[in-house]
Design a protein around this ligand. Structure first.
Ligand code: PAF
Length: 290
């Protein structure tokens, strides 16, 4: 497993692998690797003969007052975890200067339309930061396939649109959310939770699981509000949970739905604060699929 820290060396390594006729997969991460990331790497290994994991805490996707400074960073621990897991050919871990040579970015990549719902209004500029850095990573790592978690469902939908619109020639693959034994979706931010908050945090999973049941069971048209109301009621059982949004949207356009119609692909999603820690969870489901 090679450790690569400059943009130029990364581009050279990717070009060399392509010249050898290898299929390349990239797993973009911000480090603090957990079981969710391990599932992404395993999927990448299935998809391609050459796997790169990038580790970069991307400053442009954090808003003022968010956790950029405190975001967990442990490159040595992450490298050990990837060595132990195996199947990774290269780790790209650039500095901020390497990724943004002029300091503040002078060119942005922005996807319109999909960024004004769910997390978008609550995290202004966040998705522009994500699409900009992933575009850079795609250019440098030249992957045939980029592998991302379904837990960040809106990010996944936006990156698919970006890759298609900008003709990257990179497929964007989604991997189902990995969960702790009690259902809580794996996230680097779970480490911020106090013991009491951690005990109540599985309520997000309960809410999206209930939404899954209601939507999958919708053999007739029904108001989306029924699902939203049920999710809100479940979240209300956790005294420390402060929901930021609870939504049922179309799985491809991410626009809020009034009604759920059998056959429709739906995303039920929520963001909840526990103290200062913001957690998200969501589920893709086809209405009436049983
Ligand atoms: O999902 C993440 O960890 C980040 O948003 C990503 C895709 C690595 C871009 O910084």
């Amino acid at each position: 497993m090679q450790l690569i820290q400059t943009a130029e060396a990364m581009r050279d390594e990717a070009e060399a692998a392509r010249r050898k006729g290898r299929r390349l997969a990239l797993v973009p991460t911000m480090g603090a690797l957990h079981d969710g990331h391990r599932a992404l790497v395993r999927r990448a290994r299935k998809e391609a003969g050459h796997v790169t994991v990038s580790i970069f805490v991307n400053p442009t996707q954090f808003g003022p007052g968010e956790d950029l400074d405190t975001y967990p960073r442990d490159l040595d621990g992450d490298l050990d975890a990837l060595e132990t897991l195996g199947g990774v050919d290269a780790v790209f871990a650039p500095s901020a200067e390497e990724m943004y040579p002029l300091g503040a970015p002078q060119a942005w990549v922005e996807v319109e339309g999909l960024t004004d719902t769910l997390n978008g209004p609550h995290r202004p500029g966040h998705f522009r930061g994500v699409t900009t850095v992933v575009a850079k990573l795609f250019h440098l790592c030249r992957p045939h396939v980029g592998v991302f978690g379904e837990k960040d469902a809106q990010q996944l939908v936006i990156l698919r649109r970006m890759a298609r619109e900008l003709h990257f020639g990179t497929e964007v693959a989604g991997v189902p959310t990995q969960r702790e034994a009690d259902g809580l979706a794996c996230s680097s931010r779970n480490a911020y939770l106090s013991e009491e908050e951690r005990a109540q945090a599985p309520v997000l999973a309960e809410a999206v699981c209930a939404a899954h049941g209601l939507i999958a069971g919708a053999t007739e048209e029904q108001p989306a509000e029924t699902v939203v109301g049920r999710m809100r009621a479940i979240l209300g059982n956790a005294p420390l949970a402060e929901p930021q949004y609870v939504a049922v949207v179309g799985a491809r356009d991410l626009q809020p739905l009034d009604a759920i119609v059998p056959g429709q692909d739906v995303l039920a999603a929520t963001a909840v604060f526990f103290g200062d820690t913001r957690l998200i969870d969501n589920v893709f489901v086809t209405a009436g699929s049983g």
